[in-house]
Design a protein around this ligand. Structure first.
Ligand code: UD1
Length: 372
């Protein structure tokens, strides 16, 4: 009887879903010899942060939901590890795929590698060189222990090769997040979200802010909200708010600043399709997210990233992204320039063509069969 290969892809937090959905679809081409299972750690658990993405990305329910939830870094990582070890012992996968840089990524990679399971990092080699970002520690640690590395951009290849990772196990495949963008765009075109928010025929800026460095510090958060309120007198601003940000606004009592804006629309976090619909027609995007820097590059929408570093340099070299110091003066100037001056135009980075997951599946299928 021929062998069946069992593969687990781990999802935990919002940015993981769009990276794994295309991988799941790609492995369906190799069923039943290859069985692909999604394991959801439950790092993100609100319907708006999790379920909505399964629906929008047409992903099946996870085989296993670990239900970990929020906590300190150590607590969250440790709980994921304990639960995921049990899952691996029960499902006995031949391969574990982890994506991106969230706590679930490093937690599950560590478990799988120590159980002797071949472990693969998708979106490997990215570095911001800012060790105060929890994600940077997750990226470094995950790359260090995995067996195969799939990269989205040339910087990732270079970093891994220069760090001495074996070249025959580094594969430049493109960006699975962009696969999801291509997949969902026809439905984003049909979205009614702009109508619902009263944005038809209006120019608007789209904002997301959730990094601890921008929202946990009350002084930083206050000045960010004040700038947005001020700009909203000139341009509508839509701000789908991450739960971390809304809870900090409540805790610090900043609701009045928001109310002082003229067209400052705060909404719950949007699902994938509605967010894509908002992003593709935005005048500009102001963000501290990782993935949005990539999506705006593909959509050709000017992106201002309020961070001092990026782990995704291709979005600056080829794309529409610019980095600015996250202080009131720089943000204010960048928003003014984007409204009044000619914009940065960009091009689409190599292999960001919607086919990255197919390349990943093809390579992994060959590797599995070779090492049988
Ligand atoms: C995590 C990732 C970050 C990613 C972000 C995307 C890590 C270290 N960070 O940050 O890289 O950019 O997800 O969203 O893994 N909360 C809810 N509901 C949820 C999830 C979270 O209310 O479904 C609230 C809780 O108050 C929680 C806080 O948000 O304490 C932070 O959640 P957490 O998963 O710790 O980190 P994020 O800031 O979401």
């Amino acid at each position: 009887m021929s062998k069946t290969y069992r593969i687990i892809s781990v999802v935990g937090a919002r940015p993981n879903f769009m990276k794994v959905a295309p991988i799941h679809r790609a492995f369906e081409q190799y069923a039943p010899t290859f069985e692909h299972h999604i394991v959801h750690t439950g790092q993100h658990y609100d319907a708006a942060m999790s379920d909505a993405f399964f629906q929008d990305l047409e992903m099946p329910n996870p085989t296993v939901f670990l239900g970990i939830g929020s906590g300190s870094h150590a607590e969250q990582t440790a709980k994921v590890m304990i639960a995921f070890e049990q899952t691996c012992l029960e499902l006995k996968p031949d391969l574990v795929i982890v994506v991106g840089d969230v706590n679930s990524t490093i937690a599950c990679a560590l478990v799988a590698v120590k159980l002797g399971i071949t472990t693969v990092h998708v979106e490997a080699g990215l570095r911001s060189y800012d060790r105060s970002m929890p994600e940077e520690i997750n990226r470094i640690a995950t790359d260090a222990i995995c067996d195969y590395w799939f990269t989205t951009e040339e910087s990732g290849n270079k970093i891994l090769k220069e760090s001495g990772f074996p070249e025959d196990r580094i594969f430049f495949v493109g960006n699975t997040m962009i696969d999801s963008l291509h997949f969902a765009m026809p439905r984003a075109e049909q979205s009614k979200v702009k109508e619902e928010l009263g944005l038809i025929g209006k120019k608007y800026g789209l904002v997301t802010m959730h990094r601890p460095s921008n929202v946990d510090d009350p002084i930083q958060l206050k000045s960010l909200l004040e700038i947005l309120a001020e700009i909203s007198h000139e341009r509508a601003i839509v701000f789908p708010m991450h739960p971390r940000t809304s809870s900090k606004i409540r805790e610090y009592g900043f609701a009045d600043i928001i109310l002082s804006g003229k067209q400052l629309l705060i909404t719950h976090p949007k699902g994938y399709i509605d967010f894509l619909a908002l992003m593709k027609d935005a005048d500009f995007v102001l963000t501290d997210s990782g993935g949005i820097q990539e999506e705006t590059t593909v959509l050709g929408i000017p992106c201002i990233t309020a961070r001092t570093t990026t782990e995704r340099p291709v979005t600056i070299e080829l794309g529409t992204n610019i980095l600015i110091e996250p202080n009131p003066q720089s943000i204010s100037k960048a928003l003014h320039d984007i409204v009044h001056l000619p914009r940065k135009s960009g091009s689409i980075p190599p292999l960001w063509d919607g086919k990255a997951a197919d390349r990943i599946a093809e390579i992994l299928v060959k590797q599995c069969i070779k090492t049988q």
